[in-house]
Design a protein around this ligand. Sequence first.
Ligand code: SF4
Ligand code: SF4
Length: 106
Amino acid sequence: MPAPTLCRPGCAACCIAPSISSPIPGMPQGKPAGVPCVQLDADGRCRLFGHPSRPAVCSGLQPAAEMCGSSRAHAMQWLARLEIATAPAGGSAGQPAAAATGSARG
Ligand code: SF4
Ligand code: SF4
């Protein structure tokens, strides 16, 4: 059994690349894809960690080797592809969100 993947300090790809449709303090309409969450601090940490106002989708998204890879660039690309694949309509060759790793963050 592989060792659990840990969140890479300072990565924050999860808090930038995906869209989030739930309200976030400071972003009442949620967050568009590719936009850093306003709750990210300068070190790439969530200011709401452990706080009840942190969106449930954020707590539900766990690090995974496939998503996190070995670099922030990998994670940004992986999450951007997932965002396109799970867009509600339109996408040219989109597939359902089955690839999501435990959380559809939007
Ligand atoms: S992609 Fe992985 S390493 Fe990067 S912020 Fe998300 S969980 Fe952490
Ligand atoms: S609320 Fe926290 S975990 Fe969720 S996207 Fe914003 S910074 Fe990231």
